[in-house]
Write a protein that binds this ligand. Structure first.
Ligand code: MN
Length: 254
């Protein structure tokens, strides 16, 4: 053995360590280096960038599919990546990948997504990071195209790196890969509704439902690419400052 070390790739997600998507992503990562899986021990979709501060975090070791060693964390996706970085990994990862999420994380979904936040946390910690999502929600979705797209993007990032502060957000339609398009985040929102029901103790409860609404009229966004059957790849950043507006506003005396 030479002293050459294969890249270490940290794999996380928000659907939980036992989701088919994370195993699919670990299989792709395994082609490039050593894989460590550290992910929530249960479904954590749509928790955004939440972190756990008022209860302890625990982790348990698992073998996944007899192939991958994994640690299931009793917290959020961002917790999992933080804990991996700070306590659980023997060396620093060369890359953080999150997914393959079951469901799209294009448009406004980026903001709610735990999948994207696991990758964003990797970026905050200084690692090149990629979020991967398949637009199909079902657990038995055909992830072949998502795996192919992830393979291309992982290969690119390991060779070229990523500027600090930027995360790549990859979304892929179900089935074979047609191609990958660079895209920006579509201007979109949810038109939300709550379905009100009554529980057996005669108390009201509410269940969030909603329709995705595309507000974007211009080409080149992630939803366009996905609707045309392509995977979308968006460089995103956690610096939320509006620089053009700041430039205008900083001349105003308050
Ligand atoms: Mn999810």
């Amino acid at each position: 053995m030479s002293s050459y070390k294969k890249p270490l790739i940290l794999v996380s997600n928000d659907d939980g360590i036992f989701s088919p998507g994370i195993q699919a992503l670990a299989e792709v990562a395994d082609e490039f280096g050593d894989v460590e899986i550290v992910a929530p021990d249960r479904q954590q979709s749509a928790v955004g960038h939440a972190i756990t501060v008022s209860t302890p975090l625990r982790s348990r070791s698992f073998m996944i599919d007899g192939r991958f060693s994994g640690q299931a964390v009793s917290g959020t996706p961002a917790d999992s990546v933080k804990l991996a970085h700070n306590q659980l990994l023997n060396r620093k990862p060369d890359l953080v990948v999150s997914g393959i999420n079951h469901g799209s994380n294009a448009g406004i979904n980026i903001l709610y997504s735990g999948t994207v936040s696991a990758a964003t946390e990797g970026t905050i910690l200084g690692y090149p990071s990629i979020a991967v999502s398949c637009t199909a929600f079902n657990e038995d979705a055909d992830l072949s195209g998502s795996k192919d797209a992830a393979r291309k993007v992982i290969g690119y990032v390991l060779n070229h790196g990523m500027p600090r502060g930027v995360t790549l957000n990859l979304n892929v339609p179900e089935g074979p890969l047609k191609g990958i398009k660079w895209a920006r985040q579509a201007n979109s929102r949810y038109v939300e509704e709550f379905e009100g029901r009554i529980d057996p103790h005669n108390r009201s409860y509410y269940w969030l439902t909603g329709k995705f609404q595309l507000l974007d009229q211009d080409d080149g966004n992630d939803i366009n690419a996905l609707e045309a059957g392509f995977a979308s790849l968006t460089p995103i950043q956690y610096d939320l400052t509006s620089y053009p507006l700041l430039k205008e506003l900083e001349n105003i005396e308050l």
